[in-house]
Design a protein around this ligand. Structure first.
Ligand SMILES: [Zn+2]
Length: 477
């Protein structure tokens, strides 16, 4: 999809003046196709009574995409001034084209008949009557394109069936991205993990014929600030011997969405010229059943030496992340953020559109909240309430991997991970809710993987690097 600021409209014109004979649609979400007196095709959109915020504009962007596809228009022009927006022109453009691009996603699927695929949009022209903001608007358009390209990669990776996205496939993808971006990549295969004694990763993967990996990619931007992002990569989660019910297993190819986010962020770090050091760490396994599978009651000795009694083999994400976080700690980075489809409990607490944010670091919390909000990716804090940690006591090991009792499951996941963080400011994002939808939940969120987290993380890294650029400038002045 090509998107540019233009002077002359073409194709379907969104916001073209309605002929006098037609009434403008008023209700938010309603739309009218029309031909004006000269035969130009137009689309008028209902905008409700109030000025639109970014979230509403994003939804409208997706609706424009759907309408254009329905009317068979591959080329569209959008009159930005037509929209009643609370935001300035650059942010209005940002939200509309985010919705438009994200709504235009199509998974390169496995269907053998290609003819019933919807067409996708080729050219988008934007008419912007505000010269003072034109450079800022251009910059945002470029940024949105890159962010969405990364989100699409995450969607593709998550939407792939687990048989085509095994731990080895994730490793191959990391190699491909690293070679292209000239990143360092360290691959710890099974024998390396045995000598490192990563009991969590080895334990969880022991029931699968697909061997595990721990992947470590490094991007060295110019600045001193060093960040690690860690993504849970369970390419399929059967639950292990604590087997999931059939219904709950249907979406489990999506249990590597955190890993997909990390890979996708790396795929565009060079394009965004991010100015800090970023470490991408992915523990990657398949949680399956066999005679070799980890058993309920087994004790695993983790990478940092702590012991864990496995009381439920379906609480496996925290076991592989514990090793990955302990490994991240050895890198002496300034901040660690992990993303994981960790608990069904987070889905119960916050629903399908909101991720749980757990951290004791206020600055990191504020920075992440600001960045994710800017991208319309909702995250909400849950407390790492220390007294609850008592509930994961084990009689014979340092801790159990699940709590006694059935409440506060999302927080318990966070508290478990916290045990493996010794010194580094850290935040945990439980993305189990918003990373995958069985049905489309918004005009820009098709059914399947959403790529949730990629754009928020990129915004955060962009903010971090522009702040450090300012600091550097001050030093030089
Ligand atoms: Zn599980």
């Amino acid at each position: 999809m090509k998107i540019e600021i233009v002077n002359r409209p073409f194709g379907l014109q969104v916001g073209l003046a309605l002929p006098k004979s037609l009434n403008a649609p008023t209700k938010l979400g309603s739309q009218v196709f029309f031909l004006d007196d000269r035969g130009n095709a137009g689309l008028a959109l209902g905008q409700g009574d109030q000025s639109l915020n970014s979230d509403q504009l994003r939804t409208i962007g997706g609706q424009i995409c759907q309408a254009a596809r329905m009317g068979n228009y591959k080329d569209i022009t959008i009159f930005i001034e037509y929209f009643k927006s609370q935001e300035d022109v650059s942010k209005t453009v940002q939200a509309i084209i985010e919705g438009l691009i994200l709504g235009d996603y199509q998974f390169p699927d496995y269907k053998t008949k290609k003819d019933d695929k919807p067409l996708s949009i080729d050219n988008v022209g934007l008419i912007v009557n505000n010269d003072s903001k034109i450079e800022e608007t251009r910059r945002r358009i470029e940024e949105v394109k890159i962010y969405c390209q990364a989100a699409f990669l995450a969607r593709d990776l998550v939407n792939m069936p687990a048989s085509d996205m095994s731990p080895r496939d994730v490793k191959n993808k990391a190699q491909e991205i690293s070679q292209k971006g000239k990143f360092e990549l360290e691959i710890f295969d099974k024998s390396a993990l045995v000598s490192m004694k990563t009991g969590g990763i080895l334990g969880v993967s022991s029931g699968s014929k697909n061997e595990p990996y721990l992947l470590h990619m490094v991007y060295r931007g110019g600045n001193k600030k060093r960040i690690a992002i860690v993504g849970k990569g369970v390419t399929f989660d059967s639950g292990g011997l604590s087997l999931k019910p059939a219904e709950a297993m249907i979406d489990m190819k999506s249990d590597m969405a955190g890993a997909a986010d990390v890979l996708s962020v790396f795929s565009v770090l060079n394009d965004l010229k991010i100015d800090c050091e970023v470490h991408g760490i992915i523990p990657c396994v398949e949680n399956m059943i066999s005679a070799d599978a980890v058993k309920v009651g087994d004790i695993l000795k983790m990478y940092d030496g702590q012991t864990v009694e496995v009381l439920n083999t379906d609480a496996e994400g925290r076991l592989i992340l514990a090793d990955a976080l302990a490994y991240a700690e050895t890198l002496d980075v300034d901040q660690i953020v992990d993303l994981a489809t960790l608990t069904g409990a987070c889905l119960v607490a916050l629903g399908e559109r909101v991720a749980g944010l757990m951290t004791d670091d206020l600055e990191l919390r504020n920075d992440l909240e600001r960045a994710f909000a800017d991208q319309g990716e909702a995250i909400w804090p849950l407390p790492l309430f220390a007294a609850y940690a008592e509930m994961m006591k084990s009689e014979i090991a340092d801790m159990a991997n699940v709590q006694s009792g059935k409440f506060a499951g999302a927080i318990m996941g966070g508290l478990f991970l916290q045990r493996f963080i010794k010194k580094t400011p850290w935040a945990h994002l439980d993305i189990a809710g918003p990373s995958f939808n069985r049905k489309s939940l918004d005009s820009f969120l098709p059914a399947g993987a959403t790529g949730f987290g990629v754009r928020g993380l990129l915004q955060w890294l962009t903010n971090v690097s522009s702040e450090s650029r300012v600091a550097k400038q001050r030093q030089n002045d």
